[in-house]
Ligand binder design. Structure first.
Ligand code: C2E
Ligand code: CA
Ligand code: CA
Length: 727
């Protein structure tokens, strides 16, 4: 408990004066006893002095600001002043001569108070002692009392002065509460003096800034400066607060660690009684925290707690965002509803914990299948939703559906038990089915119901057209499995020419599928399926062997040959034996490796840069050339390209198509050409269909051209006619 300093204590001063008076009285007594006989004459005078002294002492006693009383050894009150009446509400008659305390002191404090008195008497302690206790006044009000007690020397009496400190205590408690609140609040509270020297910080300041209280107090507030605000920013702030206005601003501060954080400051000037600003209080909120909180609220509103996936609302949001993009890019959007078959059976048989784990695992597997920009959501208890954005052709949707079905065919292992989640899938497609986001979701649901009357692990599109497409695609898919063994693939060749001389410069092998069920099929229809099913690995091997065989055949017939290029898919490149395979095949065919070129797309190059680089170096050492296909559609970096042994760059058809009308395309082609030449590479423009395009490409110094203007891809016999016999 905080004590009042002795020098300022009015009660103590009173007590001291009182004691002085008493001492004087006693001196008088002693004097009188010593010399009664000799000083009979002086007795009258002495009595007068005594009376005067007593009167003085009375006056002081009665007029003391403190409630003062004399307490006998047995705790009865022998004398008191008027203030005691005011303090306790009891009259002189009710107090004096009585053991008053039992009546007035709160029972809990009574023993303590008596013990205090007893102890002081026992020790004959003359120095005033202080204590606190509570009384209940006559009206029943509890009052906090501060007492100062002194033993009257040479007696067993004590003089006590009592002060009502009820209000003081109350405000002390208020202060304590307030200070606890300020200390504990999650908001930042900082008090600085007029010059910005920090005098107080609460816990939140320590926490947010990473500085301790000790490190901050006495420092300038500029300790938090992040350097993100200019002088004018601070000028504006000081102008406002020095003018006595509360100032609010968002500030970027710096932590002790150097990290910055955003804070919303409210700075209030504090004024003294004269109205002078003495301090500033900053009460501020950490916006970084606030943002985290907002994110959490957003998360709760838009995500499913169990799986962590987006919920229906967010899926719908994403579809809405995607629609205008798909419209602009002429792409499709697929929305799927995926329902787990008899999920309640799983719950009942294996328990809900197992059921929850199945849901989480299904969510994880679906998320692993989709690409960036797609969304997997949880729509209901055992229902998931998927949005595929940026779909180029309807068949691609079927490929993803097949992936979903096959990934879910592997059972989920939950505490030792294998549980298989069979599914039904309903699909709707933008723009074929509807262009409305909400309706896409609804149509997927309707398609789901149709799917549920069919066999397990199957799917239904919303419209009959799409279902027809899917079933054609499914049979195509099936027939493709036997195409290689049945010898249904054929190589066509599309020549390319030198721009200046217009002479044949090379040709590209392009695969065709001669299917008994589907007729003549172009690669865009089946290459994605081959890649998806990894059949491309064997088909791709066939392409390389077939091309080598054809070159060998032409060599035997005595033609002067041009390089022939073969397209290689990214899937093939992921095979660890690809280098060995290419090397063996070329050696065994006996052809000149200089006659073979491989075409890799820009995106293939970027997929595994280090491995690709090693492979290209190996091919180069064998004498094989390399072209980058579809250049301009990927994001390869120039610095990376520089490190690769590339011979040709094939400028993608999309830049050539409008080159006569679109100045941007011209500029792009021009910069690709000059970049290639700087790296000592040659350029081949794809998809040249007109004389005008050819002219511009010539002006832009493109080296070679390929396209329907010269020739489509044609069978080997046809392209053979363009070759000349060697001398
Ligand atoms: P690509 O490598 O970009 O081949 C060029 C495609 O553009 C060919 O289509 C070709 O017929 C077409 N084309 C050529 N000139 C013109 C033109 O002037 N105008 C237009 N509109 N198109 C032109 P194709 O033969 O249908 O091949 C499509 C894609 O299939 C190829 O694109 C290639 O990525 C892939 N592909 C073809 N054969 C194979 C192969 O043996 N292996 C692998 N991995 N992929 C292949
Ligand atoms: Ca190509
Ligand atoms: Ca191409």
């Amino acid at each position: 408990m905080k004590r009042v300093a002795a020098s300022d204590d009015p009660h103590e001063q009173t007590t001291a004066k009182l004691k002085q008076q008493i001492r004087e009285l006693q001196a008088h007594d002693a004097e009188r006893a010593r010399s009664t006989s000799e000083r009979t004459s002086e007795l009258e005078a002495s009595n007068a002095a005594l009376r005067e002294s007593e009167a003085q002492y009375r006056t002081i006693f009665d007029n003391s600001e403190a409630a003062t009383l004399i307490i006998e050894e047995d705790m009865t009150v022998s004398l008191m002043n008027a203030k005691v009446e005011m303090l306790t509400g009891y009259s002189k008659a009710e107090i004096e001569g009585r053991e008053f305390w039992t009546k007035a002191v709160v029972p809990d404090d009574l023993e303590r108070m008596k013990a205090f008195h007893a102890l002081r008497r026992e020790r004959s302690d003359a120095a005033p002692g202080r204590y606190e206790f509570r009384i209940r006044d006559k009206q029943g009000t509890i009052k906090d009392i501060y007492g100062s007690v002194a033993l009257i020397p040479g007696t067993r009496k004590s003089v006590a002065s009592l002060t009502d400190i009820t209000d003081l205590k109350k405000s002390e408690q208020e202060m304590k509460k307030l200070s606890l609140a300020v200390q504990g609040t999650s908001d930042w509270v900082l008090i600085a003096d007029r010059s910005g020297i920090i005098e107080y910080v609460n816990h939140a300041v320590e926490e947010m800034s990473g500085f301790t209280k000790e490190e901050l107090i006495g420092q300038k507030t500029s300790i938090f400066k992040s350097g993100k605000h200019d002088a004018a920013f601070f000028q504006e702030m000081w102008n406002n607060i020095l003018a006595g206005r509360t100032y609010r601003t968002i500030m970027i501060n710096r932590r002790k660690s150097g990290e910055v954080f955003e804070i919303y400051h409210t700075i209030t000037p504090l004024k003294d009684e004269k109205g002078e600003i003495t301090h500033f209080v900053a009460t501020s909120k950490d916006l970084t925290q606030q943002r985290l909180l907002e994110e959490r609220v957003y998360y709760l509103a838009y995500y499913d707690g169990l799986t962590g996936l987006p919920n229906t609302a967010l899926l719908l949001d994403r579809i809405k965002q995607e629609v205008p993009r798909a419209e602009y890019r002429k792409r499709q959007i697929a929305v799927m509803a995926v329902d787990i078959d008899r999920f309640s059976f799983i719950n009942e048989t294996f328990g809900t914990t197992a059921g929850d784990e199945v849901l989480r695992e299904v969510g994880r597997r679906l998320s692993a299948i989709i690409r960036d920009g797609d969304t997997v959501a949880r729509l209901g208890r055992d229902k998931f939703g998927i949005m595929l954005a940026d779909v180029a052709q309807s068949q691609d949707i079927v490929l993803v559906v097949n992936k979903i079905i096959s990934t879910l065919q592997h059972p989920v292992r939950v505490s030792g038990t294998d549980i298989t989640a069979n599914v039904y899938i309903g699909i709707s497609v933008y723009p074929q089915d509807t262009v409305d986001a909400a309706e896409l979701v609804k149509n997927a649901d309707i398609a789901l119901v149709k799917s549920q009357v069919q066999e397990l692990n199957t799917y239904q599109f919303f419209t009959a057209d799409m279902n027809r497409m899917a079933s054609t695609f499914a049979t195509l898919h099936k027939s493709l499995f036997h195409a290689l063994a049945n010898g249904e693939f054929v190589q066509y060749y599309q020549p390319y020419f030198d721009v200046d001389t217009r002479k044949l410069a090379g040709m590209e092998a392009l695969i065709r599928w001669n299917s008994p069920e589907h007729g003549f099929v172009y690669p865009s229809k089946f290459i994605p399926v081959l890649e998806e099913t990894r059949m491309i690995i064997n088909v791709g091997k066939w392409c390389v062997k077939e091309t080598c065989r054809q070159i060998r055949d032409w060599q035997r017939k005595g033609y002067a040959l041009v390089p022939v290029s073969v397209n290689l898919s990214a899937v093939q490149f992921k095979q660890p034996d690809i280098g060995d395979f290419l090397e063996t095949t070329i050696r065994e065919s006996g052809i000149d490796p200089g006659l073979l070129t491989f075409e890799l797309t820009e995106s293939t190059l970027m997929q595994n840069p280090e491995q690709i680089r090693a492979l290209l170096i190996r091919l180069k050492a064998l004498g094989i050339s390399v072209s980058i296909d579809d250049f301009g559609t990927g994001y390869s970096s120039l610095s990376y390209l520089k490190k690769l042994p590339v011979d040709n760059i094939k400028i993608d058809i999309s830049f050539v198509r409008d080159i006569t009308t679109n100045a941007d395309d011209g500029a792009i082609v021009s910069s690709i050409v000059s970049m290639a030449h700087n790296l000592r590479m040659k350029t081949i423009a794809e998809g040249v269909e007109t004389e005008e395009q050819l002219k511009i490409l010539n002006i832009l110094r493109c080296d070679m051209v390929q396209g329907f203007y010269f020739s489509k891809a044609v069978p080997a016999e046809t392209v053979e006619a363009m070759l000349t016999k060697a001398e």
